[in-house]
Design a binder for this molecule. Structure first.
Ligand SMILES: Cc1cc2nc3c(=O)[nH]c(=O)nc-3n(C[C@H](O)[C@H](O)[C@H](O)COP(=O)(O)O)c2cc1C
Length: 374
C-alpha cells in the first residue's frame, strides 16, 4: 500500500488553498436554464418554512451535509474537529475523508484520532465514513467494519474517482467490474447503508442503474460544477508533464451537477440522492431539490473558509446558505424541502436537448419526481 497517503492529503489541501482548481464556469448556463417560479402570494408565512429532514435515523436541521474531505495526518485533526463542530452546531450531516490511512496506520493512535474526533465532536448528527472503490478489494469485511465502528458511522460512502486517479501520479486505476461483487458483499455484511459517491465528475444513468441493481439506495452524485480533482492532481509537483497536459484538455470533464441529479434519479428512482459539486449557494441548492435531489452537499468552500478566514466565517457562510434555502422555499411557496418537488419549474436549453438525447422524457420525469424518492 502507498505509505505517503497522509502527506498526499496535506498536499491536496495546500493546492486547494493556493491554486484555481474549480471547474471553469460552464455550469452557470445550466443553472440559469432551471427557472423556479416566483409566487407573489406564496400562501405561507416565512416562519412556517421548516427545513428539517430525516436522514439516516436523525432529524437534521437542513437538507445539507459537509461531504467527506479529510483525515489521515495529525495536522488535520483540528480541521476535522472544526468541521464536526460546524455540523454539530448547525445540526447538519458530515462525512470524513477517505479512511484508507486508518488501515495503513492501524496502530497509530494519532492517525486514528484524526477521524475519531469527528464523531466525538458531532454526536447528534449523521457521520458518514469513506473509502475508495478501487481499494476495497484489498480490504476484508473486518477492515470495513473497523472503519465504520471506529467512528460510529451511520453510513459508509464508497467513492468513485477514476478521473482523479488517472491523472494522479501514484493513482490506482483498478475500476473493473469484478469489484462489484465486493460491494455486494459489503452491502450484505454491514448494518449501515452504503452511499455510492463521486468526487466531482458526476454519476451517470449507466453507473447509477448498475449500483441500484445490486441494492444501493443512496447516491452522492457530485457533479462537475465545483472542485475539479483533475486540476488538483495537475498542480502536484510529482505529476508528469504529459498528465498535466491531459488535465488541461479535460478541465471541463464530467457531468454537470444538475444533469447528474436527473441522470441518477431517472436510473435509481427509489433512492436517496445527495447533490454536491459546486452547489455553493442556497439557490443552487433549491434548484437541486426541485430537480430531484433529497439533500445537498458542500466541500471546498467550507474547508477553504475555515483555514483562510476561521471558524466564524465558515459558520456565517453555512448560516447564510441555510437561510437562502429558507428564503427561496418561501418565495416558491414550499413549506419544506419535499414540497419543492410539487412546485412548477421551467427547464430551458441546453437541458432540454440533453434530456432528449439521453432519452429522458421531461414530462414523465417531472411527474415521477413528484411521487417522491426513498
Ligand atoms: C480537500 C478535499 C478533500 C476531499 N477528499 C475526499 C475524500 O477523501 N473522499 C471523497 O469521497 N471525496 C473527497 N472530496 C470530494 C468532496 O467530498 C466533494 O465530492 C467534491 O469536492 C465536490 O464538492 P464541492 O464542489 O462542494 O467541493 C474532497 C474534497 C476536498 C475539497
Amino acid at each position: 500500500m502507498d505509505e505517503n497517503i497522509g502527506e498526499r492529503k496535506l498536499e491536496h489541501i495546500d493546492i486547494i488553498l493556493k491554486e484555481n482548481i474549480d471547474f471553469p464556469d460552464h455550469c452557470s448556463k445550466i443553472y440559469d436554464s432551471i427557472m423556479l417560479i416566483h409566487q407573489a402570494f406564496p400562501k405561507i408565512n416565512l416562519e412556517e418554512v421548516d427545513l428539517r429532514i430525516d436522514f439516516l435515523g436523525y432529524t437534521i436541521n437542513a437538507p445539507l451535509m459537509i461531504t467527506g474531505m479529510t483525515g489521515g495526518h495529525r495536522n488535520v485533526t483540528k480541521i476535522n474537529e472544526k468541521l464536526a463542530r460546524l455540523a454539530q452546531e448547525l445540526g447538519i450531516a458530515i462525512g470524513v475523508g477517505s479512511q484508507r490511512p486508518m488501515i495503513i496506520y492501524r496502530d497509530n493512535s494519532d492517525v486514528l484520532e484524526t477521524y475519531k474526533i469527528v464523531r466525538k465532536t458531532a454526536q447528534d448528527v449523521p457521520v458518514i465514513g469513506n473509502i475508495g472503490i478501487n481499494t476495497i478489494n484489498d480490504l476484508s469485511i473486518n477492515d470495513i467494519e473497523f472503519l465504520i465502528k471506529s467512528i460510529e458511522a451511520d453510513a459508509l460512502a464508497i467513492h468513485l474517482n477514476p478521473a482523479q486517479e488517472v491523472i494522479q501520479p501514484e493513482g490506482d486505476t483498478r475500476f473493473s467490474d469484478n469489484v462489484i461483487v465486493k460491494v455486494e458483499e459489503i452491502l450484505d455484511s454491514i448494518d449501515v447503508p452504503v452511499i455510492i459517491k463521486e468526487v466531482g465528475n458526476g454519476i451517470s444513468m449507466e453507473t447509477a442503474s448498475l449500483f441500484r441493481s445490486i441494492g444501493i439506495r443512496y447516491f452522492d452524485i457530485s457533479g462537475s460544477c465545483g472542485t475539479n480533482w483533475i486540476l488538483v492532481e495537475k498542480y502536484r509537483s510529482r505529476t508528469p508533464e504529459y498528465k498535466k497536459r491531459i488535465a488541461d484538455i479535460l478541465n471541463k470533464w464530467g457531468i454537470p451537477t444538475p444533469l447528474a441529479i436527473i441522470e441518477t434519479r431517472n436510473a435509481a428512482p427509489d433512492s436517496f440522492i445527495i447533490a454536491s459539486g459546486g452547489v455553493w449557494d442556497g439557490l443552487k441548492a433549491v434548484k437541486s431539490l426541485v430537480l430531484g435531489a433529497d439533500m445537498v452537499g458542500l466541500a471546498k468552500p467550507i474547508i477553504y473558509l475555515l483555514i483562510k478566514q476561521g471558524y466564524d466565517e465558515a459558520y456565517k457562510f453555512l448560516f447564510t446558505y441555510i437561510e437562502t434555502i429558507r428564503t427561496v422555499l418561501f418565495l416558491i411557496g414550499a413549506k419544506n424541502p419535499s414540497e419543492t418537488r410539487d412546485k412548477p419549474v421551467v427547464l430551458l436549453e441546453p437541458i432540454l436537448s440533453y434530456l432528449k438525447q439521453r432519452k429522458i422524457d421531461l414530462e414523465n420525469y417531472i411527474q415521477f419526481i413528484r411521487k417522491g424518492g426513498l
